[in-house]
Write a protein that binds this ligand. Structure first.
Ligand SMILES: [Zn+2]
Length: 500
């Protein structure tokens, strides 16, 4: 996803070619929902400022939610006392996330100035837009805040927001507003928790020497939070606090990185802390972690031996910036894909799929000659999350081409996608089998050597990795199915004997 000058371009993940473009007066912040919908801000600092949703496939606008309140004027008080009146000023958008409840949340603020010849009123309205990926929305009231000197007109209000999910319930939001003008009026700050459309104020943690807001960074396994704050020396410190804002512990000069599955936290400096804030270990060189569980060191860029840190589960927001892609979107799918994804860590599959990798059973015919029910047969037989499967386009295209090479005769799929748990039942010695990647299929042969040869050659001609004829320990050959997979499109290699 590239945010350009007035445009958003979605690039194909493999080829890098643009596959959809939205053009309009768009700006950040920008987040992408787990269903693919892109949320962005349009026409910022105008009377028609809005949060828009974009369809990632077509680049078309799905919806637009206006943020500015009318009558709009910027600055809001540049009118004379007679006749006077009320105007609303520019909308400041600060913070946009997709929370674990599936809504995008956009924090924003706008001033209201009411002027008559005898009085001046100035108030900053702090709001939280809760919007679904279909455009249904609510505006939550975070507060209507007056500057410390109510009769004074500031030059600008400056909004600071720290926001993360609160599991799948709502969000935790930390805010401060500062009024800048001839006299800096000092910030007013608060902390809120939402549940549906209700908003509850909590007392934010208050720490010695604290300068600015508490920024929530992670949610720990037990639902408490770990965040950061600046102290009087300008250093960033770490603070753990519970759902009512009570401080549990602090650590100077470090920042949280991953909430671990034992209730602790791994920090940016590579130190592990338990749930009480006691240091329990140290990773010598804290690597960058990839989705597939590899660790990387930068300068020089190299992959290093590294044990991926088990995250708090469900992973609502167990990594700084929500997930390993640091894109402020809770990686939760809110359906059976969540336990399916968890199987990939339970069974040490070597990679972690995301919501959009899966096809739903509502797509009954994902390819002209192969149905969802055929391609998910291994999971369906075992009643294993039967509504979702990874069916990569390389598999669908590969099977259709194989069928064409097979003189357009029908092909029976004995096994296509397998969940890691089903893979473990079928072959516990191959936890990283291509069937869990969704780019492999076993084609039935009826134990015919002639059919085996024909399907083997038909698949091989598509560029697939095709398992050679098996020789069981007792001798003879096993020709009851042809396994083909299209892993090479995923950058993976197979043995030379699988390519001949
Ligand atoms: Zn197979």
């Amino acid at each position: 996803m590239v945010l350009g000058n007035n445009s958003i371009t979605k690039l194909d993940g493999i080829t890098g070619q643009p596959d959809s473009v939205y053009t309009g007066n768009v700006s950040g912040p920008l987040v992408v929902h787990t269903d693919g919908t892109i949320f962005a801000v349009q026409n910022l600092y105008t009377s028609s400022v809005a949060v828009i949703g974009i369809d990632p496939t077509t680049g078309a606008q799905k919806f637009s939610v206006p943020l500015a309140v009318q009558p709009y004027q910027d600055p809001p008080y540049s009118f004379t006392c007679s006749p006077g009146g009320t105007h609303f000023g520019r909308v400041n958008v600060s913070g946009m996330i997709v929370a674990g409840d599936g809504y995008a949340y956009v924090a924003y603020e706008y001033p209201e100035a009411s002027i008559s010849c005898s009085a001046v009123g100035y108030v900053s309205h702090l709001r939280l837009l809760q919007v679904s990926s279909s455009g249904a929305y609510n505006v939550l009231n975070i507060g209507d805040v007056q500057p410390p000197n109510p009769g004074y007109l500031p030059g600008a209000d400056v909004l600071n927001i720290g926001m993360i999910t609160n599991a799948d319930i709502g969000v935790l939001l930390s805010w401060s507003i500062n009024w800048i003008g001839d006299v800096d009026q000092g910030p007013v700050a608060g902390m809120m928790m939402t549940n549906g459309t209700s908003v509850t104020a909590i007392n934010p943690p208050s720490l010695p020497g604290q300068n600015g807001i508490i920024v929530p960074v992670l949610q720990a396994q037990d639902g408490s939070f770990v965040g950061t704050y600046r102290d009087s020396s300008g250093q960033t410190d770490m603070v753990a606090f519970d759902q009512t804002g009570n401080v549990r512990w602090t650590v100077p000069n470090d920042q949280p990185q991953i909430a671990t599955d034992d209730g602790g936290v791994l920090t940016r400096l590579g130190v592990t802390y338990d749930q009480n804030g006691n240091a329990t270990g140290q990773i010598a060189n804290m690597p960058a972690q990839s989705w597939i569980g590899r660790g990387y060191e930068i300068s020089p860029l190299m992959q290093i031996a590294f044990q991926a840190t088990p995250q708090a589960t469900p992973p609502y927001w167990s990594v700084a910036q929500a997930n390993l892609s640091v894109n402020s979107t809770s990686p939760i799918c809110r359906d059976d894909r969540d336990p399916l994804i968890k199987e990939y860590s339970t069974f040490k599959s070597g990679f972690t799929p995301v919501c959009s990798d899966f096809t739903g059973s509502n797509n009954a015919q994902p390819s002209p000659h192969f149905s969802f029910a055929q391609l998910d047969i291994s999971d369906i037989t075992r009643s294993e999350y039967v509504d979702w499967a990874i069916l990569r386009s390389t598999l669908l295209n590969g099977l259709e081409t194989t069928r064409g090479n097979y003189n357009n005769q029908s092909i029976t799929i004995g096994s296509g996608y397998r969940s890691p748990k089903v893979q473990n039942i079928i072959n516990p010695n191959a936890p990283r089998d291509r069937h869990i990647h969704g780019d492999a299929a076993d084609m039935s042969t009826g134990n015919s050597q002639t059919t085996w040869n024909a399907l083997h050659n038909a698949a091989l001609a598509t560029g697939a990795c095709v398992e050679p004829e098996l020789t069981p320990s007792g001798g003879g050959s096993t020709v009851n199915h042809v396994h083909a997979d299209w892993r090479r499109a995923d950058g993976a290699a197979c043995a030379a004997t699988w390519l001949q």
